[in-house]
Design a protein around this ligand. Structure first.
Ligand code: PHE
Length: 440
């Protein structure tokens, strides 16, 4: 349950729709789903198994496994890269988490009523233009994370997920039905499901693959931690199928809720990170009871985000406890504080530094803000490289028997196909797309 909470989050509800919108819709969706099944899910199984074998933080687990199996210390890099990436992603994930809280507040205050597309657009851009407001919500969101981490996390998170995730499904589903009554629904379905490969650049394929890992919480170590918590008897492949199913379903529902509004109100599918926040308030503004539904919706999105960011925080906090013997509260305040401060850099790149393009000399990053560069670096480079190392280590270095034991269950045929994905499909896919996208 906690792993579903980690997987389902802003990656599915906020990031997936705007990336699909920027990259032509259907072809992006297709690659995202294929990459989820053939690459991200196999790596998810591998991560959960690494956690079960290692029993600690990603760095601690890898260290333990490497020693126990007399592998080269090179493979400890997996834990180190995952932890660095978890920390970097945490810093800006919490900025967006702050946006979701702000939208709960706006909905309750009645700001969505009859807002229309120009009004909704202005509401979002006004918020982006107000760094102090953004910093306050960002701070509030980070404090929530630290407070949850202080309480120790398992019971609280599992209960929250059991109750609130189904509610999120129901509300998303209701929004899809609402979208189906809109004039733009057919265009949206066409946009998402009629494959059109003309817009598919190598860069788009790389983003779809990066997105499949990120949305499933793979490559940042969170699943290694949850694998360590998992019951010894639990069936890892079975868990992975459920986690993946929930993850893809939420992404699809989010797309189907958002794009009918985009096309009905003549909005731009490629409007970037604001897409979720600009489109949905228009729909809530038109429904009766929309203030309440809108507030409920953004509240559930905030909770989905929290159950994800808490698993990122956990990666670093657990390591500090393990390595330096810090108490949980010192570690949680320290990581939360530093990640918050670092997050300010991403936050300011939506306003004060919106014209700063740190990698402008690199053709494909000509107009990428600090946030966009950091997001690209983590999700399209660091995560695929970490996932690649996991595939190579689990697929080629560790003995077959050791892995088989760690999985807990799985018939011979499914074990073989999993191992095939880990040895061939995922590594070759990652290497070739990284090479093509970065060299083109
Ligand atoms: N999967 C989460 C989401 O979709 C993000 C995340 C990635 C959380 C990695 C933890 C670890 O929002």
């Amino acid at each position: 349950m906690a792993a579903i909470g980690s997987a389902v989050g802003l990656g599915n509800i906020w990031r997936f729709p705007y990336l699909a919108g920027e990259n032509g819709g259907s072809a992006f969706l297709l690659i995202y789903v294929a990459a989820t099944l053939a690459m991200a899910m196999p790596v998810l199984i591998a991560e959960l198994a690494l956690g079960r074998m290692g029993g600690g933080s990603p760095i601690g687990s890898l260290r333990h496994i490497v020693r126990e199996n007399c592998s080269s210390r090179f493979w400890e890099l997996i834990g180190i890269l995952a932890t660095i990436c978890a920390f970097l992603v945490l810093s800006y994930y919490c900025v967006i988490g702050g946006w979701t809280l702000r939208y709960v507040y706006l909905a309750i205050g009645g700001s969505f009523a009859q807002i229309g597309n120009a009004g909704s657009y202005a509401m979002f851009t006004d918020f982006m233009a107000d760094p102090m407001a953004m910093i306050s919500w960002h701070l509030g969101y980070m404090l929530l994370n630290v407070v949850i981490a202080l309480g120790g996390l398992r019971k609280g998170i599992e209960k929250t997920v059991v109750v609130l995730m189904p509610l999120l499904f129901v509300l998303l589903f209701a929004m899809v039905i609402y979208g189906a009554t809109m004039p733009g629904f057919a265009t949206a379905v066409d946009f998402l499901f009629t494959p059109d490969f003309s817009k598919l650049t190598p860069f788009a394929v790389l983003s779809a693959i990066g997105q499949s890992f990120f949305a499933l919480s793979v490559g940042l170590g969170s699943m290694i931690i949850y694998g360590a918590y998992l019951d010894k008897g639990a069936n890892i492949p079975g868990c992975a199928v459920i986690i993946t199913g929930a993850d893809v379903l939420v992404a699809l529902l989010s797309g189907l809720a958002i794009f009918p509004l985009v096309f009905s109100f003549a909005l731009e599918p490629s409007s970037g990170p604001g897409l979720l926040f600009i489109t949905l308030p228009i729909a809530f503004g038109q429904m009766s009871g929309g203030a309440l539904t809108g507030a409920g919706f953004f509240l559930l999105v905030s909770v989905a985000a929290l159950t994800s960011s808490i698993s990122l925080l956990e990666v670093v906090v657990t390591r500090l406890e393990e390595r330096f013997g810090m108490t949980r509260s010192v570690a949680a305040w320290l990581v939360g504080g530093v990640a918050w401060a670092l997050g300010l850099v991403s936050l300011l790149s939506f306003n004060v530094w919106s014209g700063v393009y740190p990698l402008a000399w690199l053709g494909m990053m000509k107009t990428s803000s600090i946030f966009a560069v950091l997001d690209f670096f983590c999700l399209n480079l660091l995560i695929p490289v970490t996932a690649l190392l996991i595939c190579l280590y689990m697929g080629w270095v560790l003995a077959k028997g050791t892995i088989r034991d760690a999985l807990g269950f799985g018939g011979e045929a499914s074990f073989r196909s999993w191992r095939f994905c880990l040895r061939f499909v995922a590594p070759l896919g990652i290497i070739s797309i990284l090479a093509v996208a970065l060299l083109s």
